[in-house]
Ligand binder design. Sequence first.
Ligand code: CP3
Length: 340
Amino acid sequence: MIFIDACKRIETPYTPVWMMRQAGRYLSEYKEVRKQAGSFLDLCKNVDLASEVTLQPVDILNVDAAILFSDILVVPLEMGLGLEFVSGEGPRFLRTISNYDDVCSLKKDIAKNLDYVYDTISQVRARLPKDKALIGFCGSPWTLATYMIEGQGTKSYAKSKKMLYQSPQTLHYLLKQIADELKDYLLGQIRAGANCVMIFDSWAAALEKEAFFEFSWGYMKDIAREIKKQYPEIPVILFPKGVGAYLDDIDGEFDVFGVDWGTPLELAKSKLGSRYVLQGNLEPCRIYNEDAMEMGIDEIISIMGKRAGHIFNLGHGMLPDLPRENAIKLVEMVHKKTKR
Ligand code: CP3
């Protein structure tokens, strides 16, 4: 698999490409299946339909990897916080975590309740062409904790940071408990057939440098180390979004570092490129305009070159109104322009 070889810095015939949030509302085929499923969570739990939408971008865009269709929030859902997706407003938890007793009340050993995810992985792996990889994923403990504490998306992260500064041991207790569940969850995804796993730390940038390493990166590294210990051949991708100013202190046992669009790629290359394969980092909004997109692609290829060490991706997720025709062209252009 070209994508897996690239994760291991093995030379490939071209630079592999996939797109974060490649399954979603910018595809009419996705919207059709989503309607059939009912709610977003119904879609995540419906093995046949979740498999279908996982495979759609591989067929339509010709990306080199599929990413499991699910959501990072199914873990806190199974830990006992009721979850709903309010249309136009995003996720909302029915219960939130604000103190030590709340953390104690969370359900443990929940990875065994996520069979719908493992079954989707097995079905997708069976249907996916042999040369295409399947990526499993989870959210980082810190990013999941912010949703569990705030109950929904937030601009200030005030409740989460209040816990961090008023009762850091409570936050550590919560993060440790989430991290333990995530290890089992990712191991389950690998046993079901995932060829690679990725941890999304979407809200890393909410933390000051020292707080990021103590409350987020440490837990991500710990999960990565456990995966590499049990499955050394499975690549691990870590994506802490928005930490370009903290790159000097990035270390740990993992394979690929996801670079967000706000971090200059030449900076990431100079600080991390010799130790980790880099993934990224086209600004997704460039896809609105074909010329802007091609300029962005050329710039990235000129920095990363055509040798091993790079996986092409966006610097964050696809947006619901991006033109699919340009997304298709993006994959064609990357394959053609990086052909060895
Ligand atoms: O194609 C893929 O990348 C795989 C599927 C995937 C989804 N969510 C599907 C989804 C992945 C990898 C995620 C990760 C995720 N979910 C993250 C981390 C990555 C990132 O973007 O930073 C986060 C923070 C979430 C939480 C989440 N899920 C939010 C805030 C929302 C609402 C925002 C929105 O776009 O509506 C979701 C819903 C969600 N997850 C959708 C999809 C396709 C849209 C649901 C719909 O069909 O209406």
